[in-house]
Design a protein around this ligand. Structure first.
Ligand code: HEC
Length: 132
């Protein structure tokens, strides 16, 4: 478990981010970030399945600030027919550095064009400043 891992490492390292991804995210978003089958269609409960994080998904369309919020506070599509957070909140599971790290890993799955777009999107909407 990464729970008691010290924070002295460089949190921007995608390698660490990939480990966090495999441990906490891959069960829903897929080992290679491929998402769940039929991720664009609401399931029988009227909820959207976990989307892919690669070029075919839409993770790259969100700024750093928004991605951070989605991972730390959880997320559900406003059109979902149930109230529950289909994307769980990780603020009690991962440290702020680990959340930044796993998001930096997701960036490695995008095309250069998407990376550029997302970097522009993040101007003035970067990761929240964290003292921890
Ligand atoms: C229990 C399953 C589950 C786990 C575990 C999970 N997610 Fe999700 N995630 C979802 C679902 C479902 C959605 C789509 C929610 C919606 O749009 O209604 C989602 C959406 C997202 C989004 C928004 C994507 C977009 O384009 O709108 C991001 C970013 C994300 N997840 C990152 C992560 C990260 C990083 C982890 C691991 C730390 C993780 N998720 C773990 C189920 C999960």
């Amino acid at each position: 478990m990464a729970d008691d891992a010290p924070l002295s490492h460089d949190a921007s390292q995608p390698i660490e981010g990939e480990q966090i991804y495999q441990q906490h995210c891959a069960s829903c978003h897929g080992i290679d970030g491929e998402g769940m089958p039929n991720w664009q269609r609401p399931n029988a409960m009227g909820e959207l399945p976990a989307p892919p994080h690669g070029p075919e998904g839409h993770t790259w369309k969100h700024s750093d600030a928004m991605l951070y919020r989605m991972v730390s506070e959880g997320w559900r599509d406003p059109w979902n027919e149930t109230e529950r957070l289909t994307m769980p909140a990780f603020e009690d599971v991962l440290t702020p550095a680990e959340i930044r790290s796993v998001i930096n890993y997701l960036k490695t799955l995008w095309t250069p064009e998407q990376q550029r777009h997302q970097a522009e999107e993040s101007e003035g909407a970067s990761f929240p400043m964290q003292s921890e």
